[in-house]
Design a protein around this ligand. Structure first.
Ligand code: ZN
Ligand code: ZN
Length: 415
């Protein structure tokens, strides 16, 4: 049997590890690193661990998951298992982040792993996991520490993206798409990331000068006004974590994003790409918002999983992120549907259901939970991005008097 991973360019894989550690995390000498990844990503895990120790890491702790082990639970575990999660593990992770450990997640899993399982069990397990993980996640969404997500072409994922190719060719094609999107093919990837970060910063500077009151989206199936939170701040590319370290949380990234007002979203919107969430692939989502809350929702496929997601908690029917990505972004132009939010969210403008990034406020570090809520920031145990941008979407910025500034025309920046 041929090794499905045999064709991956090992030099590029080593470069991806280096970029993830140096640009993604900007890992500092003496810092601990907690690394989560599926077992399929072991070739990249090993390279990342090596790059991290070379950068001066103190202790690197990989926490691995495995598709077959995940499925064994759904096949054989007692029903009560699905309301439980390993709290001790997540508490330990929260303690590590509280002690300034950096965090890396390698995304490589099969996006359709749980699509054949009972959606109710998947939702219960997901909810229990989200609740247990919240103390650790808070360190991440609040940017207390430097963190990064990067990707490895797991076989099941590659076969979902390239179903007609032989195993090793599918993995190779996905690996090359990941390398291209992550700017690994540039002669000096670290310098290319510096230039890209400067470009994203010019966009966020413009939007932060404008201080729009709301954004108005129009396109097929879409007429949506998204109010922006009071004192919102746009972010994108590199981020300054509260531990003083500038990191690039997502590799790749093309988006600029901010916090919408949880109570001021009105109209209807149609998703422009499928949403892969916890093993289900949800297609043709259409929702209607009134006063910030989704009051009608449908999907042509995976509707039950989508409704379950909306019912996760009070905040799950409101949005916590709005992000702008031009249709001409390299990931969009690759034409590849990755079935993976890390990539697909960078192919299109998107919104996220659930928790807001509290960092996306002016002086966000000093705001209490009550203040963030008063300014319109949403809170929830979920944060799920879905795509609403395409070459057919126009977006206007509205000031508080309703004056319009064209922001996007036919999916591209108009400013
Ligand atoms: Zn986003
Ligand atoms: Zn998001």
């Amino acid at each position: 049997m041929t090794d499905p991973y045999g064709k991956i360019d090992q030099a590029k894989l080593a470069k991806l590890a280096e970029v993830s550690v140096q640009v993604g995390l900007n890992l500092q000498p003496g810092q601990d690193l907690v690394l989560t990844a599926p077992t399929t990503a072991l070739p990249l895990v090993r390279q990342v661990v090596a790059a991290a120790y070379k950068a001066g890491a103190n202790i690197v702790t990989p926490i691995l998951s495995d598709d077959a082990i995940t499925l064994a639970r759904y096949e054989s575990a007692d029903d009560a298992s699905f309301d439980c999660a390993p709290n001790w593990l997540y508490n330990g992770m929260a303690e590590a982040y509280g002690n300034n450990a950096a965090r890396m997640a390698i995304s490589a899993e099969n996006p359709a792993l749980l699509s054949g399982q009972d959606p109710a069990k998947v939702a219960r397990a997901g909810k229990a996991n989200s609740l247990a993980y919240k103390p650790a996640l808070d360190h991440i969404v609040n940017f207390n520490i430097n963190w990064n997500i990067t990707a490895f072409p797991g076989l099941a994922w590659a076969k979902l993206v390239f179903p007609d190719l032989p195993d090793d060719e599918a993995v190779f094609q996905l690996s090359e798409a990941i390398f291209a999107a992550s700017r690994i093919n540039e002669p000096d990837p670290v310098a290319a990331w510096a230039a890209h970060n400067a470009n994203l910063k010019s966009r966020t500077d413009y939007l932060n000068d404008q201080r729009f009151h709301a954004l108005h989206y129009t396109g097929p199936g879409t007429d949506l006004t998204i109010g922006l939170a009071d004192g919102h701040e746009w972010a994108g590319g590199a981020s300054d974590a509260k531990n003083g370290i500038t990191c690039n949380p997502n590799i790749p990234t093309e988006e600029v994003f901010t916090t919408p007002h949880a109570m001021r979203v009105d109209g209807y919107v149609r998703a422009t790409k499928p949403l892969a969430h916890q093993g289900a692939v949800i297609e043709d989502i259409e929702v209607k918002f009134v006063d910030g809350r989704i009051i009608e929702a449908s999907a042509s496929k995976g509707e039950a999983a989508f409704i379950k997601l909306l019912d996760s908690d009070d905040g799950a029917r409101r949005i916590g992120e709005v992000a702008l990505v031009p249709h001409g972004s390299p990931i969009s132009q690759s034409g590849v549907l990755f079935y993976n939010t890390l990539f697909d969210e960078n192919a299109a403008s998107h919104i996220a259901l659930g928790q807001c990034y509290t960092d996306c406020f002016v002086g966000g570090a000093d705001l209490s939970k009550d203040q963030i809520k008063a300014q319109g920031g949403n809170s929830s145990i979920i944060h799920v991005d879905w795509m609403i941008g395409s070459a057919e979407i126009n977006i206007d910025g509205l000031d508080s008097n309703g004056k319009r500034t064209p922001l996007f025309r036919a999916g591209e920046w108009a400013v």
